[in-house]
Design a protein around this ligand. Structure first.
Ligand code: IVH
Length: 660
């Protein structure tokens, strides 16, 4: 049996590599599925023979409780930006001034998220996000499901490699189509979709998202006798990684500008999104000489593409109501593709904006989209008018509740001031569960709206009563036992959120994420905040007249106070929980196993230090083990930890983490 398991593992890994890395399939999908099923069955029967690089891990299924922090061996830096030819020439001049004329490697700037991969003896043992550049998050369980990332390298070496995880345009469309069917909020772009996928605790979600990878950086290239960046890329390819095929060595600025022009023109033909071109000095010795600023390498920069414009017809102007009651005109557009996504709506901001630009219904208009920002109508093409265009009139009543709108002094926006306006309530309820607010998973906009219309939700506090109608909810279309219990768990979990999340969630006017944090850290708990007044509020740094007035009004509003009482009665945390992700989070409530001989401290001391930080040490590696600390000459515990995908620290990492 062991032989057959080994054989199937080899066949499937080989097929995977040919398909996902070389783009040259060698077996049919049916054959692949057949072998995979056979292997899964055998592994189930004989788990002791399951190989650590078994392709069955690609299917996902591993679920973690929370993301471990990982301190990068070398900081993961970001790149400086240049936006035009002049700035590219300046960048080159700075290089030439320090180290003379250089050959560069020009690469596509893949619009995904960067990842660090650690291989030991050729086996993938850890994958981490960039995080703040110093500390990232352990996403190994999800990265193992990405089929173009090898679980085993062609050579048995210890190596760290870095690159980009991304979602192709095609997968992005498929993922969003599914989300429409499920009434979930759509991902704004492939990058957000990729980032959202690797931030899942359950790896079977990432496994279904069609993620892909390009590797482009080898932090310790000199350890492998490599002298240029280009060679490093070829080495990565030889090891089994996907390196983007459109890399180019360029000797002159003219060649570089031509490369940029070419890809500016051709970027839409690529199956994935790029947001610029990366330029890197090829010679690694020279790279070292140029060094780094506090944030960026001086030997590389990123040219960012300008925001893209496309023309389309403005079919209509409709109005929407936000959670503050602001009524915004929106463009209904003839659908067009812009930067990989189909756009059929765009904001027109407010009445003044439409008037100043003289947008008329029927106009041909230019739509702009820059990065993450929502698309915007920037101008109308007056020469293309034929006289049938209709002028714009701002609505004077709320499009939802029909109450008269109010234009506030010195503001160009109109507001619906009806407290019971359905649209405002729905928007407020949607905001309440959003990520930076109470972060309740599973509530897409459509679901909130549906629950509101069915009478399950009116106040924020109603989320915490949903458990009472569990049976009814299970009967709704699109829901089942599992999704409802996930939803209810997520609601329960949100009760622990810190005061700043709650303040932000409550949607107090002018209290955004940052202000909520300032208020929470100043007042420490809800009651202190409710007992404050304008005079005190205005003394807080960064709190001005407008915010202070709004907060004072709110804390005297009876409806608001009633709502706080209800939330309290449901057991929501009302305190500010200071951010203590540092040392304790890494150890607290974690189970450790020590293996191999530690050279810098004794095992007893190590165990004691773990206990002091809220963790415990056990002797054998099981699924419940969180972290294995590996010293010299580790034994089978280490192998077991690798095969279970458990976080592994070497002694230095362990000591660094102890020291925070
Ligand atoms: S090199 C020190 N090369 O762009 C080397 N980065 O704005 C750092 N990116 O954080 C990265 N494609 O996530 C490099 N071909 C490429 C890239 C690339 C995309 C991303 C990467 C980085 C960000 C910087």
């Amino acid at each position: 049996m062991e032989n057959r398991i080994n054989e199937l593992t080899t066949i499937l890994n080989e097929a995977n590599y040919n398909y996902y890395v070389l783009d040259k399939p060698t077996i049919t999908d049916q054959e692949y599925d057949k072998y995979l099923r056979e292997l899964m069955d055998l592994e189930k029967k004989y788990p002791e023979f399951k190989k650590e690089d078994s392709p069955t891990v690609r299917v996902g299924g591993e679920v973690i409780d929370s993301f471990n922090k990982i301190v990068h061996q070398k900081p993961m830096l970001s790149l400086s930006n240049v936006f035009n030819e002049e700035e590219i020439i300046d960048f080159n001049n700075r290089v030439v001034k320090e180290v003379g004329n250089q050959e560069y490697v020009a690469e596509l700037k893949i619009d995904g998220l960067s990842v660090s991969l650690i291989y030991e003896q050729g086996k993938l043992v850890r994958a981490a996000t960039r995080g703040d550049g110093i500390t990232g998050e352990d996403i190994t369980h999800n990265v193992k499901t990405i089929k173009s990332i090898p679980l085993t390298l062609k050579e048995k070496i210890d190596i760290e490699v870095r690159g980009e995880i991304y979602m192709s345009k095609k997968s992005f469309e498929q993922v969003n189509e599914k989300r429409i069917e499920n009434g979930e909020e759509l991902f704004a772009n492939p990058r957000n979709a990729a980032a959202g996928s690797v931030r899942q605790l359950d790896s079977s979600i990432a496994a279904k998202r069609g993620l892909d990878s390009f590797l482009y950086h080898l932090p310790n290239a000199s350890d492998y006798s490599i002298t240029t960046h280009y060679e490093a890329l070829m080495f990565l390819k030889k090891l089994g990684f996907v390196v983007n095929p459109n890399i180019k060595k360029v000797k002159t600025i003219k060649e570089l500008l031509d490369y940029i022009d070419y890809w500016t023109e051709k970027r839409d033909t690529l199956p994935y999104e790029i947001d610029g071109i990366v330029i890197k000095v090829n010679d690694l010795k020279i790279q070292e000489k140029l060094g780094f600023t506090a944030k960026y390498p001086k030997w590389a920069t990123a040219y960012k593409f300008p925001a893209q414009l496309v023309l389309t017809r403005l079919k209509d102007i409709i109005f929407s109501v936000g959670r503050t009651g602001q009524v915004t005109p929106n463009a209904v557009l003839e659908p067009v593709i812009l930067m990989g996504s189909t756009i059929s709506a765009a904001t027109l901001h407010n009445e003044d904006y439409v008037r100043e630009n003289d947008f008329r219904i029927g106009d041909i208009v230019a739509i702009k989209k820059a990065g993450d920002v929502i698309p915007e109508v920037v101008k109308s093409i007056k020469e293309r008018r034929d006289g049938t265009e209709k002028p714009f009139y701002m609505t004077k009543v709320c499009p939802i509740c029909q109450s008269k709108l109010v234009r506030k002094e010195n503001e160009s926006a109109y507001y619906c001031v009806n407290l019971n306006c359905d649209a405002k309530r729905i928007e407020g309820l949607i905001h309440f569960v959003s990520r930076d607010a109470m972060n309740i998973d599973g509530f897409g906009d459509k679901i909130v709206e549906d629950f509101y219309n069915r009478g399950y939700l009116k106040y924020f506090s109603d989320y915490y009563l949903l458990f009472k109608v569990k049976q009814e909810l299970k009967e709704l279309e699109g829901f089942g036992e599992k999704s409802i219990s996930n939803l209810l768990n997520s609601i329960e979990e949100s009760k622990k959120k810190s005061l700043e999340n709650l303040l932000f969630a409550l949607g107090i006017r002018f209290v955004g994420k940052k202000t909520a944090k300032i208020l929470a850290s100043f007042y420490k708990n809800m009651d202190n905040l409710l007992n404050t007044n304008y005079e005190e509020l205005i003394t807080i740094p960064d709190i001005g007249d407008v915010i202070a007035k709004s907060v004072e009004d709110t804390i005297h509003n009876e409806e608001f106070l009633n709502e706080i009482e209800r939330l309290k009665s449901h057991g929501l945390n009302m305190d500010y929980l200071e951010n203590t992700i540092s040392v304790n989070e890494l150890f607290n409530e974690k189970t450790f196993v020590l293996t191999g001989s530690l050279t810098k401290l004794s095992r007893d001391v190590a165990s004691l230090e773990i206990e002091k930080r809220g963790g415990k040490t056990t002797s054998s590696v099981t699924k419940k083990t969180d972290i294995v600390v590996v010293g010299d000459k580790p034994g089978s515990k280490y192998d077991k930890a690798v095969s279970l995908g458990i976080t592994i620290w070497n002694e230095d990492e362990f000591i660094n983490n102890l020291n925070g």
